[in-house]
Design a protein around this ligand. Structure first.
Ligand SMILES: [Fe+2]
Ligand SMILES: [Fe+2]
Length: 379
């Protein structure tokens, strides 16, 4: 691979961050309120209210992604609260908890629509999680429609593709590499047009974290490749490899994959297995490129041999493996999760620079310049 000099450098933007969805829970009933708080607090920025007046006051200044409210909340009533606050600021989504049989719930006002669902007590926690996720994702898709065409197309195609990949894996079918590459074609165009900042920011509206992380890695990897002079099919391999690099996580047990905080000694090997699984899943399909396989199989390797799964080192790791290791760590450090803040890019770079022997410091310096150079023009 020929490395070209990066573009002019600038300051590093400190504003790149992922947002954990904000959820309000508005409930009179102490027991149910406590149960919901326990089930949801690991995954969302949760604010809990025991009456509708306080919730209404908070809604004057805050705009949560989803309001979960019991229908007979005192004194206003859940449906009325959702309707009232749907006018200004716009209600994003509501889940109305009822004691009677309900149906799909949509509050439409003159200029605002509040997407929503009914859930009837008792319901399993998963049903509520699914309803919240669906509502957040519906709103993400809606918000992407306002982006420039290439970016909107990139997010729409890749999110559909990722869902298709998840469905294929669930039913034991192979990943269609060519279809994944096709979904990434507008990503290459969007990077060409300088749209990476909007992509990195707006993809976060979606609630499938593995998709969001994969898309951010695909975007950063494509930006990196573009910055060092790669074009055409070579660049598309980076985009597609980025999108597919963690597909093995689609078979990782959710209780380990989504576990907030540290994994136990028993859980780590299962988590690490996602790399081998990614390789196996790609091997099972046709037409997979060598570059995409390297990205999937070696993005956790370190040049000092301390990485996994094979502990490859030095010359055993080519530029693609080294670039994907940098971008994967950078992407994860600059993400906000419910259990950790998003590190500003400058801090993420400082951490990567402190990994002196594990990370290719020459490539890191190039990536920092490419990323920083774009920060000067607004990233
Ligand atoms: Fe990974
Ligand atoms: Fe990753």
């Amino acid at each position: 691979m020929k490395i070209r000099a990066p573009r002019e450098t600038g300051g590093i933007d400190d504003k790149l961050e992922i947002t954990v969805p904000k959820v309000f829970v508005v409930m009179n009933d102490d027991k149910h309120r406590g149960e919901l708080e326990k089930a949801l607090t690991k995954y969302f920025k949760l604010t809990v209210f025991s009456d509708s007046n306080n919730a209404m006051r908070a809604l004057e200044t805050e705009s949560p992604d989803v309001v979960i409210i019991e229908n007979d909340i005192k004194p206003l009533g859940g449906a009325r609260l959702l309707v009232q606050q749907a006018s200004s600021p716009p209600c994003k989504a509501g889940v109305l908890l009822t004691r009677d049989q309900g149906e799909d719930f949509t509050v439409s006002l003159e200029n605002a629509t509040c997407a929503g669902r009914y859930l009837t007590w008792p319901f399993p926690a998963k049903q509520l999680m699914d309803a919240i996720t669906e509502l957040i994702n519906e709103n993400a898709l809606k918000s992407w429609e306002d982006l420039p065409e290439t970016q909107a197309k990139t997010l729409k195609l890749t999110v559909d593709e990722y869902q298709g990949i998840a469905d294929a894996i669930a039913s034991g079918e192979p990943i269609n590499y060519n279809s994944a590459a096709e979904s990434c074609t507008p990503l290459v165009d969007a990077i060409n047009e300088g749209g990476h900042h909007d992509l990195l920011k707006n993809v976060q509206a979606h609630h499938n974290y593995t998709y969001v992380h994969s898309m951010r890695v695909a975007t950063l990897l494509t930006l990196f490749g573009y910055g060092i002079g790669m074009r055409g099919d070579d660049l598309l391999v980076l985009s597609t490899g980025g999108l597919l690099h963690d597909t093995g996580k689609l078979v990782t047990p959710p209780n380990i994959l989504d576990k907030p905080g540290k994994l136990t000694e028993e859980e780590w090997p299962i988590m690490r297995d996602h790399v081998v699984e990614s390789g196996n899943l790609l091997d099972a399909g046709d037409d997979v490129t060598k570059g995409a396989k390297i990205i999937a199989e070696q993005h956790h390797e370190k040049i000092d041999g301390t990485g996994y799964p094979k502990g490859l080192k030095g010359a055993e790791l080519n530029e693609l493996a080294r670039m994907s290791a940098i971008v994967d760590i950078f992407g994860a450090l600059t993400d906000e999760r419910s259990y950790k803040p998003a590190f500003p890019p400058a801090k993420a770079f400082a951490i990567l620079e402190s990994m002196e022997t594990g990370i290719d410091q020459n490539l890191l310096a190039l990536f920092k310049e490419i990323f920083g150079g774009d920060a000067a023009s607004g990233l």
